[in-house]
Design a protein around this ligand. Sequence first.
Ligand code: KIV
Length: 272
Amino acid sequence: MSSQAQIKRLTARDIRSRKGAEPIVSLTAYTAPMAALAERHCDVLLVGDSLGMVVHGLDSTVPVTLEMMILHGQAVMRGSRRALVVIDMPFGSYEESPEQAFRNGARIMQETGCGALKLEGGQRMASTIRFMVDRGIPVMAHVGLTPQAVNVLGGFKAQGRSRAEWPAIIADAEAVTEAGAFAVVLEAVAEPLAAEITAKVAIPAIGIGASAACDGQVLVLDDMLGLTGRVPKFVKLFGNLAEEVDRAVAEYAADVRARRFPGPEQVYAVRD
Ligand code: KIV
């Protein structure tokens, strides 16, 4: 057996079993090379529908299509071997009915080979999550700030900053747990609320702008690398790749303009 064949991918069940144990490390990935780099340190690669904004220059995740998610999902699966790859179900592909969600979810899984799907919504999506899980699709839930609802929420706003909002958000996290989700993302949720939900639910709570007390964390890779222009204020910049790209491209442009060979040497000089 080749060494490649011996690498076993993490499963939704493996991630579920990490509740209260070793923190789950997760980042988004949209391309094969970034997936290969990120999975060296990550348990879960999320092909987030944030790719609409990060890669395609859209204003929100609302216009993202099933085809876009499948294309990027295939790339991330090709680039990775060990991480669990979770693909977002895009807006409009699952909200209508459990049957619609299962049909589109099955298509994503068949065409990409990914290990799980993520969808947004708490109590209102619980029966859909149950339907999908019962039929073989592992589901990661996503509550708190749900970016696909930006047009209803009136912007990308933190959730649970008023204690009056807490019961509904707690009920959302409990409903998706009860419905069989293997993990739940808590996005932009007030810190003490995120800590309380993490302590309350039996599945891993994965925070993004939520609380260090969560069972794991996820960030948009391009945000934390400093590749995207405006990042949410909870994002720490772990690198500044935009500056590095700018420096490298400027150096290349200077070489071209000065008619310097833009490589280490004249590689294809005539030999005889
Ligand atoms: O689309 C995405 O990248 C996400 C994460 C921010 C959790 O859903």
